[in-house]
Design a protein around this ligand. Structure first.
Ligand code: 4NP
Length: 158
């Protein structure tokens, strides 16, 4: 079983979107038994909340239902449990690295390292912006998830 954790700040916009998009790729490939997908935030403001309405709307437009996800905070036990710990932006990355025991540092990466377009670095925080920001988030997340999917499926089958 390969375990993948998407991490952002609030766990109500970017990482739940990545969770929903990647889970759908896994489901459509019939690989639910081989992969566990989850998401969380480095902050605690939104623990227990559903994804932001604006994120849910932008995701649903592209066929992803995020309504059953609830926010939680990154915990120490996540480092042991997850094989891939993927940060949405460089601030998230720095916060995760700070919290992680040395032994698990190698599991932590920027999510968009998996996107085909190597100019993409971060999924920008859309929280204080307009609707367009959420659409851009979904598009960026789809490209990262496609690249990630190819990588992890190949590794799992190797
Ligand atoms: P996320 O977006 O990290 O993509 O979930 C945010 C959500 C909430 C806040 C910041 C970013 N906030 O400051 O409450």
């Amino acid at each position: 079983m390969t375990k993948i954790l998407f991490v952002c700040l609030g766990n109500i916009c970017r990482s739940p979107a990545a969770h929903g998009v990647f889970q759908k790729l896994i489901n459509e490939a019939g690989l639910q038994d081989k992969f566990q997908v989850d998401s969380c935030g480095t902050g605690s403001w939104h623990i227990g909340h559903q994804p932001d309405e604006r994120m849910q709307k932008a995701a649903l437009k592209k066929g992803y239902d995020l309504s059953r996800l609830t926010a939680r905070k990154l915990a120490l036990k996540d480092f042991k449990q997850f094989d891939y710990i993927l940060a949405m932006d460089t601030r998230n990355l720095a916060d995760i690295i700070k919290l992680a025991p040395d032994h698990y540092q190698g599991r932590i990466q920027l999510f968009l390292d998996y996107a085909d377009d190597k100019n993409l670095l971060e999924v920008p925080d859309p929280y204080y912006g307009g609707e367009q920001g959420f659409e851009r988030v979904i598009n960026l997340i789809e490209s990262g998830c496609e690249g990630l999917f190819e990588k992890v499926v190949n590794v799992a089958h190797a």
